[in-house]
Design a protein around this ligand. Structure first.
Ligand code: COA
Length: 179
């Protein structure tokens, strides 16, 4: 059963980042671009262990956004990674399911993640995420607004209708830092 780290310190976050760097594979952005676009610290980290060995991580970034004049608590999911030797055993599915439970506890309304939907869309669909199908926007470290594609979205509470967000032409802005 995955466990939760609430409010991880920067030291813990950076220590876990080493696991992520080791097991992620090739990033599509350079390390410089990554620093500029992904600079938020997660509110929660979901950690999976097998026989005491770290095998999987998921980061949860929580922020309040406004969409169509309505305030929503957003749970951004990032850093989903499984140890290379423990893949296809359900680790990421288990950590994501735990992430959903934690987001419910935190009063999150909608969850958003970004991925290569051609490759991993069906994986995230199994945990209930739907393809956004249009860009969402975030501010980078310099305060510049940037679009990102590959968004997938899931309702956590009944406050939002995800289909409405998908079909809307209103800009979906997620605040400072991508996930
Ligand atoms: C993507 C990743 C997190 C999946 O982790 P995992 O623990 O192997 O996932 P699960 O075992 O829970 O997979 C469940 C299902 O997802 C699908 N799936 C998992 N990895 C997949 C992949 N690389 N490509 C396509 N489908 C995949 C499969 O349908 C799998 O079902 P199966 O057991 O019937 O094959 C892992 O491959 C990884 O760490 N990749 C590198 C980092 C990365 O790309 N993270 C995602 C960023 S958005």
């Amino acid at each position: 059963m995955p466990t939760v780290i609430d409010h991880p310190s920067k030291i813990i976050f950076h220590r876990l980042q080493k696991f992520s760097d080791q097991h992620w594979g090739k990033h599509f952005q350079s390390p410089e671009e990554t620093k500029i676009n992904f600079f938020d610290n997660p509110k929660l980290i979901i950690k999976a262990k097998i026989d005491g060995k770290l095998v999987g991580l998921v980061n949860i970034f929580i922020r309040t956004i406004t969409f169509k004049g309505i305030k929503l608590v957003l749970g951004g999911i990032g850093g989903v990674v499984t140890h290379q030797e423990f893949r296809r055993c359900g680790v990421a599915t288990a950590t994501l399911r735990r992430a959903v439970i934690e987001m419910e506890k935190q009063g999150v309304d909608i969850s958003l993640l970004c991925t290569d939907t051609d490759k991993l869309g069906s994986f995230y669909q199994k945990v209930g995420y739907q393809i956004l199908g249009r860009p969402y926007y975030y501010f980078n470290k310099f305060g510049q607004e940037k679009p990102d594609t590959g968004g997938m979205i899931k309702a956590i509470t009944q406050k939002v209708n995800v289909t409405e967000i998908i079909n809307s032409s209103d800009k979906l802005s997620v605040g400072n830092s991508d996930f």
